[in-house]
Design a protein around this ligand. Sequence first.
Ligand SMILES: NC(=O)c1ccc[n+]([C@@H]2O[C@H](COP(=O)([O-])OP(=O)(O)OC[C@H]3O[C@@H](n4cnc5c(N)ncnc54)[C@H](OP(=O)(O)O)[C@@H]3O)[C@@H](O)[C@H]2O)c1
Length: 245
Amino acid sequence: MITGPRTGPLDDDQLLEAYPWPDRERPWVRAMMVTTLDGAAAGPDGLSGSISSSVDKSVFDAVRRLADAVLVGAGTIRTERYGPMRGKPADAERRALAGQAAAPVVVIVSGSLDLDWHDRLFTESTMRPLVITGSQADRGRLDHAGEHCDVVVTDTESVDPATVLEVLEQRGLRRIVCEGGPTLLESFVAAGLLDEADITISPTFAGTAQTPRTSGLDRIVGFELQHVLHAESFLMARYLRSAAA
Ligand SMILES: NC(=O)c1ccc[n+]([C@@H]2O[C@H](COP(=O)([O-])OP(=O)(O)OC[C@H]3O[C@@H](n4cnc5c(N)ncnc54)[C@H](OP(=O)(O)O)[C@@H]3O)[C@@H](O)[C@H]2O)c1
Protein backbone atom coordinates (compact mmCIF):
# COMPACT_ATOMS: atom_id res chain seq x y z
CA MET A 1 0.00 0.00 0.00
CA ILE A 2 1.32 3.44 -0.85
CA THR A 3 0.76 6.06 1.85
CA GLY A 4 1.24 9.82 1.85
CA PRO A 5 4.01 11.60 3.69
CA ARG A 6 3.55 12.70 7.28
CA THR A 7 2.27 16.22 7.64
CA GLY A 8 2.37 18.88 10.35
CA PRO A 9 5.07 21.35 11.30
CA LEU A 10 8.06 20.23 13.40
CA ASP A 11 10.04 22.60 15.60
CA ASP A 12 13.81 22.24 16.14
CA ASP A 13 13.43 19.90 19.11
CA GLN A 14 10.93 17.68 17.31
CA LEU A 15 13.36 17.52 14.41
CA LEU A 16 16.07 16.43 16.82
CA GLU A 17 13.78 13.68 18.14
CA ALA A 18 13.12 12.55 14.57
CA TYR A 19 16.83 11.68 14.23
CA PRO A 20 17.58 9.65 17.38
CA TRP A 21 20.96 8.12 18.12
CA PRO A 22 20.81 4.51 19.28
CA ASP A 23 21.92 3.79 22.80
CA ARG A 24 24.83 1.47 22.12
CA GLU A 25 28.52 1.19 22.88
CA ARG A 26 29.71 0.65 19.31
CA PRO A 27 29.93 3.49 16.79
CA TRP A 28 26.85 4.40 14.79
CA VAL A 29 27.54 5.99 11.41
CA ARG A 30 24.90 8.06 9.71
CA ALA A 31 25.30 9.74 6.35
CA MET A 32 23.90 13.22 5.86
CA MET A 33 23.74 14.12 2.20
CA VAL A 34 21.65 16.06 -0.29
CA THR A 35 21.03 14.88 -3.83
CA THR A 36 19.19 16.42 -6.77
CA LEU A 37 16.49 14.68 -8.78
CA ASP A 38 19.18 13.69 -11.28
CA GLY A 39 21.60 12.39 -8.66
CA ALA A 40 23.95 15.37 -8.40
CA ALA A 41 25.84 15.93 -5.16
CA ALA A 42 26.72 19.52 -6.05
CA GLY A 43 25.39 22.36 -8.16
CA PRO A 44 27.14 24.03 -11.11
CA ASP A 45 29.42 25.86 -8.65
CA GLY A 46 30.69 22.53 -7.31
CA LEU A 47 29.08 23.15 -3.90
CA SER A 48 26.30 21.29 -2.16
CA GLY A 49 24.87 24.54 -0.79
CA SER A 50 23.51 25.46 -4.22
CA ILE A 51 21.27 22.37 -4.26
CA SER A 52 20.32 22.69 -0.60
CA SER A 53 17.95 25.06 1.19
CA SER A 54 17.10 26.37 4.64
CA VAL A 55 14.83 23.37 5.29
CA ASP A 56 17.59 20.92 4.39
CA LYS A 57 19.93 22.96 6.57
CA SER A 58 17.51 22.57 9.51
CA VAL A 59 17.75 18.79 9.25
CA PHE A 60 21.51 19.00 8.73
CA ASP A 61 21.79 21.02 11.96
CA ALA A 62 19.49 18.66 13.87
CA VAL A 63 21.54 15.65 12.83
CA ARG A 64 24.74 17.31 14.03
CA ARG A 65 23.37 18.52 17.37
CA LEU A 66 24.08 15.43 19.47
CA ALA A 67 26.87 13.99 17.33
CA ASP A 68 30.35 13.20 18.67
CA ALA A 69 32.09 13.58 15.33
CA VAL A 70 31.50 15.03 11.89
CA LEU A 71 33.40 12.83 9.46
CA VAL A 72 34.33 14.11 5.99
CA GLY A 73 36.72 13.38 3.16
CA ALA A 74 39.41 15.90 2.30
CA GLY A 75 37.68 16.70 -1.00
CA THR A 76 34.70 18.07 0.91
CA ILE A 77 36.90 20.15 3.18
CA ARG A 78 38.74 21.58 0.16
CA THR A 79 35.54 22.58 -1.64
CA GLU A 80 33.08 23.36 1.13
CA ARG A 81 35.58 25.14 3.45
CA TYR A 82 34.09 24.01 6.75
CA GLY A 83 34.15 26.43 9.66
CA PRO A 84 34.55 25.44 13.32
CA MET A 85 31.80 23.42 15.02
CA ARG A 86 29.81 25.30 17.64
CA GLY A 87 27.42 23.57 20.03
CA LYS A 88 23.98 25.06 20.63
CA PRO A 89 23.68 26.55 24.14
CA ALA A 90 20.39 24.63 24.46
CA ASP A 91 22.32 21.35 24.06
CA ALA A 92 25.17 22.13 26.45
CA GLU A 93 23.69 20.42 29.49
CA ARG A 94 22.42 17.41 27.58
CA ARG A 95 25.79 16.91 25.91
CA ALA A 96 27.69 17.32 29.16
CA LEU A 97 25.42 14.82 30.95
CA ALA A 98 26.07 12.32 28.17
CA GLY A 99 29.83 12.85 28.58
CA GLN A 100 30.09 14.60 25.22
CA ALA A 101 32.28 17.58 24.35
CA ALA A 102 30.50 20.88 23.76
CA ALA A 103 30.53 20.34 19.99
CA PRO A 104 31.36 17.55 17.56
CA VAL A 105 34.97 17.02 16.49
CA VAL A 106 35.62 17.35 12.77
CA VAL A 107 37.39 14.25 11.48
CA ILE A 108 38.97 14.39 8.02
CA VAL A 109 40.20 11.45 5.98
CA SER A 110 43.01 12.49 3.64
CA GLY A 111 45.82 10.67 1.88
CA SER A 112 47.51 13.77 0.46
CA LEU A 113 47.22 16.06 3.51
CA ASP A 114 46.65 18.80 0.95
CA LEU A 115 44.50 20.95 3.22
CA ASP A 116 44.43 24.68 3.77
CA TRP A 117 45.62 25.11 7.34
CA HIS A 118 44.55 28.77 7.25
CA ASP A 119 40.89 27.73 7.08
CA ARG A 120 38.82 28.80 10.08
CA LEU A 121 38.23 25.14 10.79
CA PHE A 122 41.87 24.84 11.83
CA THR A 123 42.43 28.31 13.24
CA GLU A 124 39.20 28.76 15.22
CA SER A 125 38.06 25.31 16.37
CA THR A 126 37.95 24.91 20.13
CA MET A 127 38.33 21.15 19.63
CA ARG A 128 41.27 20.36 17.39
CA PRO A 129 40.15 18.67 14.18
CA LEU A 130 41.45 15.14 13.70
CA VAL A 131 43.01 14.10 10.40
CA ILE A 132 43.37 10.40 9.60
CA THR A 133 45.83 9.59 6.86
CA GLY A 134 47.47 6.58 5.27
CA SER A 135 50.92 5.06 5.65
CA GLN A 136 52.32 6.80 2.57
CA ALA A 137 51.67 10.32 3.85
CA ASP A 138 54.39 12.80 3.04
CA ARG A 139 56.72 13.33 6.04
CA GLY A 140 56.95 17.11 5.65
CA ARG A 141 53.19 17.47 5.28
CA LEU A 142 52.66 15.26 8.32
CA ASP A 143 54.85 17.52 10.45
CA HIS A 144 53.02 20.56 9.14
CA ALA A 145 49.60 19.00 9.75
CA GLY A 146 50.54 18.20 13.34
CA GLU A 147 50.86 21.92 14.04
CA HIS A 148 47.21 22.47 13.15
CA CYS A 149 45.30 19.34 14.12
CA ASP A 150 45.61 15.90 15.68
CA VAL A 151 46.90 13.39 13.16
CA VAL A 152 46.59 9.62 13.07
CA VAL A 153 48.56 7.60 10.51
CA THR A 154 47.10 4.20 9.71
CA ASP A 155 49.06 1.06 8.79
CA THR A 156 47.58 0.88 5.32
CA GLU A 157 48.17 3.17 2.34
CA SER A 158 44.44 3.76 1.86
CA VAL A 159 42.62 4.58 5.08
CA ASP A 160 40.37 1.66 5.95
CA PRO A 161 36.88 2.71 7.20
CA ALA A 162 37.03 0.09 9.98
CA THR A 163 40.26 1.68 11.20
CA VAL A 164 38.60 5.10 11.18
CA LEU A 165 35.90 3.77 13.50
CA GLU A 166 38.47 2.10 15.77
CA VAL A 167 40.36 5.40 16.06
CA LEU A 168 37.16 7.26 16.87
CA GLU A 169 35.95 4.67 19.34
CA GLN A 170 39.28 4.83 21.19
CA ARG A 171 38.58 8.53 21.62
CA GLY A 172 35.08 7.89 22.89
CA LEU A 173 33.54 9.16 19.62
CA ARG A 174 30.65 6.88 18.71
CA ARG A 175 27.95 9.06 17.22
CA ILE A 176 29.36 9.73 13.78
CA VAL A 177 27.78 11.91 11.09
CA CYS A 178 29.47 11.25 7.77
CA GLU A 179 28.81 14.31 5.64
CA GLY A 180 30.46 12.83 2.54
CA GLY A 181 31.59 13.40 0.04
CA PRO A 182 30.54 10.63 -2.28
CA THR A 183 34.03 9.03 -2.28
CA LEU A 184 34.35 8.64 1.46
CA LEU A 185 30.73 7.66 1.87
CA GLU A 186 31.04 4.91 -0.71
CA SER A 187 33.97 3.37 1.16
CA PHE A 188 31.85 3.15 4.33
CA VAL A 189 28.96 1.56 2.45
CA ALA A 190 31.33 -0.90 0.73
CA ALA A 191 32.74 -1.87 4.12
CA GLY A 192 29.24 -2.46 5.49
CA LEU A 193 29.76 0.28 8.06
CA LEU A 194 27.02 2.73 7.18
CA ASP A 195 24.13 2.29 9.62
CA GLU A 196 21.85 5.14 8.60
CA ALA A 197 21.36 7.35 5.56
CA ASP A 198 19.73 10.74 6.07
CA ILE A 199 19.21 11.87 2.52
CA THR A 200 17.56 15.03 1.32
CA ILE A 201 16.10 15.07 -2.16
CA SER A 202 16.38 18.53 -3.64
CA PRO A 203 13.66 19.41 -6.17
CA THR A 204 16.23 20.36 -8.77
CA PHE A 205 18.22 19.07 -11.72
CA ALA A 206 21.85 20.15 -11.80
CA GLY A 207 23.61 17.63 -14.03
CA THR A 208 26.40 15.53 -12.60
CA ALA A 209 29.41 17.26 -14.17
CA GLN A 210 30.40 18.62 -10.75
CA THR A 211 29.70 15.37 -8.91
CA PRO A 212 32.78 13.19 -8.50
CA ARG A 213 32.68 9.73 -10.02
CA THR A 214 33.18 7.05 -7.42
CA SER A 215 34.73 3.66 -8.04
CA GLY A 216 31.36 1.89 -7.69
CA LEU A 217 30.14 -0.87 -5.43
CA ASP A 218 30.28 -4.57 -6.27
CA ARG A 219 26.68 -4.98 -5.16
CA ILE A 220 23.82 -2.75 -4.16
CA VAL A 221 23.28 -2.18 -0.45
CA GLY A 222 19.68 -1.82 0.72
CA PHE A 223 18.25 0.56 3.28
CA GLU A 224 14.78 0.78 4.82
CA LEU A 225 12.79 3.96 5.07
CA GLN A 226 12.04 5.29 8.57
CA HIS A 227 10.42 8.57 7.69
CA VAL A 228 10.02 11.24 5.05
CA LEU A 229 9.66 14.87 6.05
CA HIS A 230 8.88 17.49 3.47
CA ALA A 231 8.92 21.24 3.07
CA GLU A 232 9.22 23.58 0.13
CA SER A 233 9.29 20.61 -2.28
CA PHE A 234 12.34 19.11 -0.50
CA LEU A 235 12.04 15.55 0.85
CA MET A 236 14.11 14.69 3.92
CA ALA A 237 14.29 10.92 4.24
CA ARG A 238 15.77 8.82 7.02
CA TYR A 239 16.83 5.26 6.18
CA LEU A 240 18.38 2.50 8.27
CA ARG A 241 20.51 -0.27 6.77
CA SER A 242 18.32 -3.30 6.10
CA ALA A 243 18.91 -6.27 8.30
CA ALA A 244 19.60 -8.29 5.14
CA ALA A 245 22.33 -5.91 3.90
N1 LIG B 1 25.57 16.64 -1.69
C1 LIG B 1 26.17 16.52 -0.52
O1 LIG B 1 25.52 16.31 0.50
C2 LIG B 1 27.67 16.63 -0.45
C3 LIG B 1 28.34 16.31 0.72
C4 LIG B 1 29.71 16.41 0.74
C5 LIG B 1 30.40 16.80 -0.40
N2 LIG B 1 29.71 17.11 -1.52
C6 LIG B 1 30.40 17.51 -2.73
O2 LIG B 1 31.16 16.42 -3.19
C7 LIG B 1 32.34 16.92 -3.82
C8 LIG B 1 33.54 16.26 -3.19
O3 LIG B 1 33.39 14.87 -3.35
P1 LIG B 1 34.54 13.81 -3.13
O4 LIG B 1 33.93 12.48 -3.30
O5 LIG B 1 35.75 14.19 -3.90
O6 LIG B 1 34.82 14.13 -1.60
P2 LIG B 1 35.36 13.41 -0.35
O7 LIG B 1 34.91 12.00 -0.22
O8 LIG B 1 35.01 14.37 0.73
O9 LIG B 1 36.92 13.49 -0.55
C9 LIG B 1 37.67 12.59 -1.30
C10 LIG B 1 39.06 12.66 -0.71
O10 LIG B 1 39.02 12.18 0.64
C11 LIG B 1 40.19 11.45 0.92
N3 LIG B 1 39.83 10.06 1.09
C12 LIG B 1 38.60 9.49 0.96
N4 LIG B 1 38.68 8.19 1.24
C13 LIG B 1 39.97 7.95 1.57
C14 LIG B 1 40.68 6.79 1.97
N5 LIG B 1 40.07 5.60 2.10
N6 LIG B 1 42.02 6.89 2.23
C15 LIG B 1 42.64 8.08 2.11
N7 LIG B 1 42.03 9.22 1.74
C16 LIG B 1 40.71 9.13 1.46
C17 LIG B 1 41.10 11.66 -0.27
O11 LIG B 1 41.77 12.87 0.06
P3 LIG B 1 43.17 13.35 -0.52
O12 LIG B 1 42.88 13.76 -1.93
O13 LIG B 1 43.55 14.48 0.37
O14 LIG B 1 44.10 12.18 -0.45
C18 LIG B 1 40.10 11.83 -1.40
O15 LIG B 1 40.64 12.51 -2.52
C19 LIG B 1 32.33 18.40 -3.67
O16 LIG B 1 31.81 18.96 -4.84
C20 LIG B 1 31.39 18.63 -2.51
O17 LIG B 1 30.80 19.87 -2.59
C21 LIG B 1 28.36 17.02 -1.57
